[in-house]
Design a protein around this ligand. Sequence first.
Ligand code: GUN
Ligand code: FE
Length: 454
Amino acid sequence: MANSEGSSGPVTHVFRGTFIHSTPETALQVLEDALLGVDTAGKISFIGKGENLLELSQKFGFNPSDVNQLAQHEFFMPGMIDTHIHASQYSYAGTALDMPLLQWLNTYTFPVESHFKDLEFAKKVYTQVVKRTLRNGTTTACYFATIHTDASLLLGQIANDFGQRALVGKVCMDRNNSVKHYRETVQESVDETHRFIKELLNKKYPLVKPVVTPRFAPSCTEALLEQLGTIAKNNNLHIQSHISENIDELKLVKELFPDSETYTDIYHKFNLLTDKTIMAHGCHLSDKELTVFRETGTSLSHCPNSNVSLCSGILDARNVLNHKVKLGLGTDVAGGYSSSILDAVRRTLDASKVLTIQNPQHQTLTFEEVFRLATLGGSQALSLDDQIGNFEIGKDFDALRVNVAARGGPIDLVQCKEPKILLEKFLNLGDDRNIVEVFVAGRKVVPCEDLALE
Ligand code: GUN
Ligand code: FE
């Protein structure tokens, strides 16, 4: 570990203790007795060794007595990244998991989402989901809202107010035969997408950005997909959607788009696969389609809770990684019932182990690899890895202060354990009681007075 330094403003916080993160080369890197400085812009200004405290304090102009020392069972890890979550569906999370995808959308999802025309209702649900995910350690969330522009703008405002980094998508859909009042015309969808982008960008929220959001191919006509591809391109924006989640969905896609050879081809044809595109699921993608993902820089969001809860399929995450496709984790609330990326970590390991049970040749993911997917992998999937994802000088300080032995928490420590074991315990057994502080761009967002969840 070098005493590296960045070119940044004055140092406002310095922490000393164990830091655990990933790099592209190493799934798990442990920095023991490290010193990390954060500047006024919330960026990491230096990382050094504890033994060099005096020298670093002189160089960066801080008082050694102001250093914030971590306790014995504490460590810092990068904030977790939820690459796919439906903020609007949080209202029924934990229920309604008794149907496969297409019936589930028609029966539960579309009727609930249609209520977000009501801004009071939207405010209540969006405030809850932002608070809850922050407490669960999600420092960055890539959100689907609903088709309603004003409610989607409200989600952006709430994320900004509570200090969460977010990509927010106003959902676009001009096809819906089951809940007919929950759809737009092509023109409405295009006009409202323009308005959403313009108004959200005008707010100049430092951490909240719009994402172009065709719901998925079966909800969109070719005319709409084409226009959304153009809007994303002209404004250099992120794009998110769903792909290849469930077998009945694949059959429907073949019926609706008879001229496209594969599901992937549909999005590709309309310029919706870019290095700023995040596609959820992909359980049933072929190797050929994964190659198109790699070539276009499109990423996948692995949502294992949802994939099992809706009996959709099991993504072979190892195969995705072997194809060098960017991969992050998603909760997919409310297809997935948990809003915690810690849950996504556990389900990802379970899914990988199920594949190994089915085929002993399958190379099971390790907890270290899945830790990387929840942090650095998510940042790569969102093309934000130049800003977040690990503890690199110049990146924003998005971090969780974890106390594995938190009083009243779920983990009993029998003896003092090495950091790697503490991380493994936290990933498998921990919850929000162990996440004692959450920082986004250097700002402490948990605990926060407003974050009381009564
Ligand atoms: N495909 C299209 N819309 C949705 C959604 O809301 N959730 C999930 N899981 N899949 C979808
Ligand atoms: Fe989804």
